[in-house]
Design a protein around this ligand. Structure first.
Ligand code: BTN
Length: 243
């Protein structure tokens, strides 16, 4: 594993993307920063993280062994690696809020932004950005955010958490390389937030509806059992789940 440590950068994802255009990075290259001035979240959102308190890192993984249609497996193994790391640290009540937010009880403690490099309809590399809130105490205007410290009272050594996380990422990516799709999906679904429980969703047009999460389709869409007994698959732009 090749680790590049930076003090401040706009975004570790953007940095890794920029260097990967010039030369394909070594597999498992990691870029970690103390501070991001333009941390990127899902759907164009900003990722806030107090300087030096948390982990903000990006990993380059060679993924040409996957078909483009299988790219959601990257999300699955990354979510599982984060969950396993947090289990080792005894963080309670962990779940994966589809696609890959990591919750403890109902609070978000980690977010993932995956940017895949696809050429001629072939998947080449994946840039996996992970924000994990570790020692931050205050989250202004983010009532659903939390950190490991807020949950347990422990002050964590960030380097130790990072090394646990990188080990788990390596383990789960090796599992993916061995094409253990069924195992990976079963483990992911067993950890899904609100799976098989009646839940309220918001559709694109802001209307609310009730449904039951049943799992994730091969392309990574969220499968929801609706009131008329039909299962429909939604993508991230189409639906949100209140928590
Ligand atoms: C989300 O939940 O919205 C995804 C957040 C992803 C944040 C991480 S922090 C490291 C990497 N670099 C970025 O700019 N974003 C990701």
């Amino acid at each position: 594993m090749h680790i590049i440590k930076l003090n401040a950068i706009d975004s570790t994802n953007a940095y890794l993307k920029a260097i990967s255009v010039k030369k394909v990075p070594k597999d498992f290259t990691v870029v970690v920063a103390e501070e991001q001035t333009k941390g990127r979240g899902q759907m164009g959102a900003h990722w806030q993280s107090e300087t030096s308190k948390n982990l903000t890192l990006s990993l380059f993984k060679e993924v040409s062994f996957l078909k483009v249609e299988q790219q959601f497996y990257i999300s699955k193994v990354v979510a599982l690696a984060i969950i396993k790391t947090l289990e080792i640290l005894n963080i309670p009540k962990l779940s994966i809020k589809w696609p890959n937010d990591i919750l403890s009880a109902n609070k978000k403690i980690s977010g993932v932004l995956i940017e895949n490099v696809i050429k001629n309809n072939k998947l080449q590399g994946s840039i996996v950005g992970i924000g994990l809130n570790i020692n931050q105490k205050f989250f202004n205007n983010l009532p659903k955010a939390s950190s490991l410290h807020l949950l347990t009272g422990v002050v964590y050594n960030k380097d130790e958490v990072m090394s646990l996380l990188l080990k788990q990422l390596e383990f789960y990516f090796r599992k993916l390389e061995s094409l253990s799709f069924k195992d990976i999906s079963e483990e992911y679904e067993s950890l899904m937030f609100r799976i098989n429980k009646p839940s309220t969703f918001k559709a694109l047009n802001e209307t609310q509806f009730i449904g039951y999460i049943k799992g994730v389709s091969e392309e990574g869409k969220l499968q929801i059992l609706l009131e008329d007994n039909i299962i429909k698959a939604f993508d991230l732009k189409e639906v949100s789940l209140e928590y």
